[in-house]
Write a protein that binds this ligand. Structure first.
Ligand code: AMP
Length: 441
């Protein structure tokens, strides 16, 4: 029979890689808590209209990439509902904000999420059809300060801190302002006019975008088009006084806390809901898909999906790409990613020691050590081979050790062999000797 495989663009995450995922998620949760964020979990699928209205009909995500299906109607008279696997999480969070009337608290809502998203993109390194985002949103009534540029700067400063705590080095922050809902139409109009003359000389995608959604022309990656696109009008010249002041404050706050950034006037991002601040953190080690995370302000999103005025700002980071970056950094450092690594490998030297070895393993595990257990049927040579693949030290547990209560430990790296009373074993094996590739809490 033919073999069934994971669907194109989806993958299984296996140990030891999942350890890295857990480390990333735990670090994110810890950092978010320090910045007063609480976790939200929204459904994996939503009414298709949420994304059509929230993300924008003309975006690549909504026009080409969503997994959408018609739900079965419950009664014959009922119209079947169109449902979509969430391609991003901001629209879901804002829907929940509206549905649960979170604005009525009068407080800012600071919410983070961690979970899978789905887009039917062409799979490649760092781009999958099921991928994982870690994101956060700050949203609330204007009276709670949700429009303040301080919120933008706080999020960006938090992201710098989070990437630092994850151990990711060499990131770059690109920043821009796409203006308010009032500035944008004026800019789009200017862009449209400028494109009349050049569109015909640009790639086929740009020719289409020039008509349907001129802002998207700025995302074009075709090398021959770049010179002409850089000559197009810049959004910075169309910002009104308020947007200009807002952006200047964001930059000043970042300067004050030494968060490095560069301004990229073409950064308009692929989702229609952004207003004012937009940003992306990139990493040179990722290749073509170099964005670690992206985000921005969305002051009109709540109203676009039928809610009250509730300005907000948020970001989504690609957890898959964080993993790739950390793996690449670990590989440069010579780490071994073949298997889960433990503190110690216990080798029972005969069938009679098996049960007692399990007792010993339990003692050490209860003391917080990571332990793997061999089998009494193994020859000594095999025990050493297995132990050396998994652990830094091996504990030999034979008849003599069982009788005397003193076990023999061998350190694979130094070759040193030591005899230690069983009761002192946990202290002796303290985790500072761990050889894990991943920085641990
Ligand atoms: P977006 O929701 O498009 O703003 O994307 C935010 C972040 O999610 C990006 O910077 C990527 O790190 C990640 N991301 C987006 N699409 C994918 C994908 N298809 N596969 C993996 N990561 C993705």
């Amino acid at each position: 029979m033919s073999q069934i495989k994971a669907v194109r663009g989806t993958r299984d995450l296996l140990p030891p890689e999942t350890e890295l995922w857990n480390h990333i998620e735990a670090t994110a949760r810890r950092v978010f808590a320090r910045y007063a964020f609480g976790e939200i979990r929204t459904p994996i699928f939503e009414d298709t209209q949420l994304f059509a209205r929230g993300v924008g009909e003309e975006t690549d995500i909504v026009s080409k990439e969503m997994y959408t299906w018609e739900d079965r109607a419950r009664a014959q008279s009922e119209k079947a509902q169109m449902l979509t696997l969430r391609p991003e999480n901001t629209a879901g969070v804002v829907r929940a904000y509206i549905e649960h009337k979170l604005g009525d608290t009068g407080l800012l809502q600071k919410l983070y999420y961690i979970g899978p998203q789905f887009r039917r993109e062409r799979p490649q390194k760092g781009r999958y059809r099921q991928f994982f985002q870690i994101g956060a949103e700050v949203i609330g009534p204007t009276s709670a300060g949700s429009e303040s540029p301080l919120r933008d700067a706080e999020i960006l400063e938090m992201l710098g801190t989070l990437l630092g705590e994850l151990g990711i080095t060499g990131w770059m922050l690109e920043l821009n302002s796409v203006g308010s809902a009032a500035d944008r139409p004026r800019y789009v109009q200017a862009l449209r006019e400028a494109l009349v003359d050049v569109a015909a000389t640009l790639c086929a995608d740009c020719q289409r975008r020039a008509v349907t959604n001129p802002l998207r022309v700025l995302d074009c990656k075709v090398p021959e088009d770049q010179g002409k696109i850089n000559e197009l009008p810049k959004i910075a010249d169309f910002l009104d006084e308020d947007s200009r002041a807002h952006f200047a404050m964001v930059c000043a706050a970042l300067d004050a806390c030494d968060v490095p950034y560069t301004i990229n006037p073409r950064l308009v991002r692929g989702l229609d809901y952004y207003t004012r601040t937009t940003f992306e953190f990139t990493h040179g080690g990722l290749g073509a898909q170099n964005a670690l995370l992206g985000g921005g302000r969305y002051d009109g999103l709540s109203e676009a999906i039928g809610g009250p005025k509730a300005p907000g700002i948020g970001f989504a980071m690609g957890a898959d790409r964080l993993v790739l970056t950390l793996q690449a950094q670990a590989a440069e450092g010579g780490a071994n990613n073949a298997a889960i690594l433990v503190d110690v490998y216990i080798a029972p030297l005969g069938g009679a020691q098996q049960a007692q070895s399990l007792v010993l393993a339990r003692e050490l595990r209860r003391a917080g050590l990571r332990v793997e257990l061999g089998d009494g049927t193994f020859r000594l040579k095999k025990s050493f081979e297995m132990g050396n693949k998994l652990a830094r030290k091996i504990v030999l547990f034979g008849e003599e050790e069982a009788a005397s209560g003193i076990v023999t430990i061998k350190d694979f790296e130094t070759g040193e062999q030591t005899k230690v009373p069983r009761g002192e074993l946990a202290d002796f094996l303290s985790t500072k000797h761990s050889r894990f590739p991943v920085a641990r809490e």
